[in-house]
Design a protein. Structure first.
Length: 158
């Protein structure tokens, strides 16, 4: 079967608008991600007191399935907390786990399935002390800080 879907460019634009002391201090940055041929977009309600998986990432080029995206194909993911009162704890998991606090109305974005960085200092954990780290994403889940919270998930892949 030949697909009738043609790949397209995803244009992601981040714009800050602010005028301070009568002067425009805003900025706009745009990135174009080519060859996108699959998009998943949904809003999911995360029940209070639960940790809910938003999506999974499979190693390499494994075939996609419901809620799972091949790591080699993931080009962009955005998770937005649609609540107006409660933050969410966004858990990014692989061989290591990191939690991020996403305030109401704020977003978390990824442009691939690999996370890397470095840490130093006396307050870092054993996994990160004085070295660079890198891991491939396995899944992202969310937990609300109060009542049920709506979360928007947008994923683009090739």
């Amino acid at each position: 079967m030949a697909s009738t879907i043609s790949s397209a460019n995803l244009k992601v634009k981040i714009t800050e608008e602010i005028i301070l002391n009568g002067k425009d201090q805003g900025s706009s940055n745009t990135v174009t991600i080519g060859s996108i041929n699959e998009v998943s977009s949904r809003i999911v309600t995360i029940p209070s007191g639960s940790i809910t998986t938003l999506f999974n990432v499979a190693t390499g080029t494994t075939s996609a399935s419901a809620g799972t995206f091949p790591s080699a194909s993931l080009k962009y993911a955005r998770i937005t907390n649609k609540d107006d009162s409660y933050h969410i704890k966004l858990r990014v998991s692989s061989s290591l786990t990191s939690d991020f606090k996403i305030e109401p109305g704020r977003s978390f974005m990824l442009t691939n399935s690999n996370m890397s960085g470095s840490a130093s200092g006396s307050s870092t954990t054993t996994e990160f002390t004085g070295s660079a780290w890198s891991f491939d994403l396995n899944n992202i889940s969310a937990e609300p800080s109060g009542s049920d919270v709506d979360v928007e998930v947008f994923i683009a892949s090739t």
